[in-house]
Write a protein that binds this ligand. Structure first.
Ligand code: CAA
Length: 290
């Protein structure tokens, strides 16, 4: 199947998954003027995602970062649970569901049944293989990675990743879409584990855990050194709480399996995940966020 869609043809973007990344991506698309559907499996999850967008859009307005009325932006977003309604008119579908292959496979099967033939599918996966995901669908040439960073509304970069089957037109359209979102796309040349950002970032988060685990420093000291020595905008543990300890752990597990021992998740991180202390989204992580 050849993709002949230009970015000018795109009016409706469907985002699947209303968690941290999904609702942030939906917000970015709405801010850029697109009609957006935001879909998740339960009413409560979609409502919470929409409420987070409401908070963020009003915060942007308070900070004079919004060029139009917040309500105008919010009206472009339709939160819902029904897959058919979410995707039947979509030009581009951005998938941001949990990083579990079985969940993603199930979502792509349902999506394929209802999406228009010409629609492009883009996945926000943090690490999983774009080629493997594309092969779950019937349109591997119209499939690529479109990886945003948390919080999408504030982070400039988008990694655009080709799988083995991705068509050049698909990549060009998604790069142009990222630019229309006022983001800076970078093309990742190989569908390699963790792409570029997570291959670099998650070992940093992991190493911070090892330093504490082995008694070299406490969490506050590591965070101070990250900010005042390395110049990061947040401490490493603050960032892990922002990204989600579960997300960092899943990426590391995948890198460990694919790339070897250097990526073995630190037991301290595994314990956080077992305790479901994922960070900001659960109210508790390395820090208390209540
Ligand atoms: N929407 C609107 N406003 C937001 C917001 C959002 N989503 N998130 C934060 N803000 C607000 C805050 O509430 C705060 O408001 P107040 O001052 O009223 O409290 C304000 O923004 C902070 O803004 P500043 O410009 O003063 O702060 P900053 O310049 O420090 O920027 C930041 C904040 C952009 C989040 C910055 O700290 C940063 O870049 N942190 C690093 C984030 C990062 O590295 N993300 C990538 C993680 S990797 C990943 O996501 C990928 C993966 O696959 C794991």
């Amino acid at each position: 199947m050849a993709n002949d869609m230009d970015v000018e043809d795109i009016t409706r973007v469907a985002v699947l998954g209303a968690g941290n990344m999904g609702h942030g991506i939906a917000e970015v698309a709405a801010l850029a003027g697109y009609d957006v559907t935001l879909r998740d499996i339960e009413e409560d999850i979609v409502r919470e995602g929409y409420e987070d967008i409401e908070w963020s859009v009003h915060k942007l307005d308070d900070k004079d970062r919004l060029e139009e009325d917040p309500e105008t932006v919010l009206k472009r977003i339709m939160p819902l649970v029904d897959m058919e309604t979410a995707v039947e008119d979509a030009d581009v579908v951005i998938e941001a569901v949990p990083e579990v292959m079985d969940i993603k496979t199930e979502v792509y099967e349902a999506l394929e049944a209802h999406a228009p033939d010409g629609a492009i599918f883009a996945t926000n996966t943090s690490a999983l293989s774009i080629t493997d995901l594309s092969e779950v669908t019937e349109r591997p040439t119209q499939f690529c990675g479109m990886h945003f960073f948390n919080p999408p509304v504030r982070m400039q970069l988008v990694e655009v990743i080709s799988g083995a089957h991705t068509g050049e037109e698909t990549i060009e359209t998604i790069e142009a879409l990222a630019e229309s979102f006022e983001k800076t796309p970078v093309r990742v040349r190989k569908d390699s584990p963790g792409f570029v950002v997570n291959r670099v970032l998650t070992p940093l988060l992991n190493e911070a855990c090892w330093a504490v685990h082995e008694g070299d420093a406490d969490i506050a000291t590591v965070d101070s050194t990250s900010k005042y020595g390395v110049g990061l905008p947040m401490g490493t543990f603050e960032l892990a709480d922002r990204v989600g300890n579960d997300v960092a752990y899943h990426v590391l597990e995948y890198l460990h399996a694919e790339l070897g021992e250097a990526y073995e998740p630190c037991p301290l991180l595994s314990q956080k995940v077992e305790a479901e202390q994922f960070g900001e989204k659960t109210g508790e992580g390395w820090y208390d966020h209540d």
